[in-house]
Design a protein around this ligand. Structure first.
Ligand code: THG
Length: 371
């Protein structure tokens, strides 16, 4: 086999406040996300997976860049770009929000962090929402400032996350609710910490405010974490499929509506009436989606990587959807996958065919998440 290509790193592929530590810790591969480095493997994807499910990991997810919306019209601007109603959102809450274009297509699926009615952080998936939000604020003449603050999320994920964090900031963190945030002191400075993160193993995200503090916070976590077998980690390609966590750009694009990807529960009538693209979503809620996101179990031995979608076929060889993420799951002892399936085939328990390069395999349609 030929040597895989390297990633050439420059100022454009932005480094993070933790990049030196991540490299020293032995990151074996990176991807680029929001024009910033995101590690993807430490020991191996499978070894990282087993460790994540048993212990605790520290993840450099700085690439989940923030757009800060600050000013008297902040809530109005955020409500303009999402069909999820913010009416009941509390000042200590995070919301997973679909962001849609004028046709109701998914342009991002960030976590919105509400600090106050006039201050939000939009914690982005991989697309350029800073310009979209700035453009709308200018075009609509809203009284807000829209900018990328020097804030970088650091994930603490895994079943021992509560124990590790409690040792550092005290037992108060154990009572922090899911998708709630509060200020906690780490190394002499207060940071916003939320109970959230892109795994289903439980954990927190520290919003590092001030890049200069990155290595200090990293070192505090690793010193305290020794007794919990802490390791550096990153979003895990197997665990996130099992857990049904969707990846924008992979499992959905602008061609998909929030309803198709299972986020219809976050499309509220009163919000759809005022947000960009809301009209298309109201119509789709009435007519119903033509395809839906599903979990699929693919027969046979370990599937290869899925860098571009694999067609799903019916028994006549007609295309009825596609798989966009897949991996061998050691715990389920089968290949788990995420895909889009057309209406006539989306019932749980149905069997479909998958075309993987030049082979055809069977797959069973089922729910997401797998567990
Ligand atoms: N944390 C932060 N920013 C982020 C992510 C994150 N930005 C990019 C990316 N991840 C955004 N996508 C997601 C997808 C799923 C979830 C969070 C962000 C998630 N979903 C839960 C679930 O599906 O079980 C809960 C969703 C809900 O509240 O209903 O956590 O991870 N800061």
């Amino acid at each position: 086999m030929s040597t895989p290509p390297f990633l050439s790193i420059s100022r454009r592929t932005r480094s993070t406040p933790f990049s030196r530590r991540v490299t020293e810790a032995g990151a074996k591969a990176y991807t680029v996300y929001n024009r910033m480095l995101l590690p993807t493997v430490f020991e191996s994807v499978e070894a990282d997976y087993h460790h994540l499910k048993k212990h605790v990991q520290v993840w450099d997810v700085s690439c989940e860049r923030q757009v800060e919306v600050l000013g008297p019209d902040a809530r109005q601007l955020v409500q303009l770009v999402t069909p999820r109603s913010l009416a009941k959102m509390q000042d200590d809450q995070c919301y997973y929000i679909p962001m849609v274009n004028d046709k109701g297509g998914m342009i991002n699926d960030p976590v919105a962090v509400k600090i106050s009615d006039d201050r939000f952080w939009i914690s982005l998936a991989d697309s350029d929402m800073l310009f979209w939000l700035k453009g709308l604020a200018i075009g609509k003449g809203l009284n807000v400032d829209v900018f990328e603050p020097d804030v970088s999320p650091l994930g603490i994920q895994g079943p021992k996350s509560d124990d590790l964090m409690a040792d550092i900031v005290g037992d108060r963190i154990r009572t922090l609710g899911f998708f709630r945030h509060a200020q906690f002191n780490i190394g002499g400075k207060d940071y916003l910490v939320a109970r959230s993160g892109w795994s289903k193993q439980g954990g927190f995200e520290i919003y590092l405010d001030g890049s200069e503090n990155g290595e200090k916070v990293w070192d505090i976590l690793f010193d305290a974490g020794e007794k919990y077998e802490v390791r550096p980690g990153c979003p895990n390609g197997i665990e996130r499929i099992e857990g049904g966590l969707l990846s924008h750009g992979n499992d959905m694009t602008e061609d998909n509506s929030p309803i198709e990807i299972g986020l219809g529960k976050y499309c509220h009538r009163e919000a759809m009436e005022i947000c960009i693209g809301g009209k298309a979503l109201i119509e789709e809620k009435i007519s119903g989606p033509k395809q839906l996101i599903r979990g699929l179990k693919i027969d046979g031995d370990r599937v290869p990587p899925c860098p571009s979608p694999w067609p799903l076929l019916d028994d006549k060889g007609q295309k009825i959807g596609q798989i966009t993420s897949a991996a061998w799951s050691p715990d389920f002892e089968t290949n788990v996958a995420i895909g889009m399936v057309a209406q006539d085939h989306w019932d749980h328990g149905n069997t479909v065919s998958v075309q993987i390069d030049d082979q055809i395999r069977k797959a069973e349609v089922g729910p997401l998440p797998f567990n």
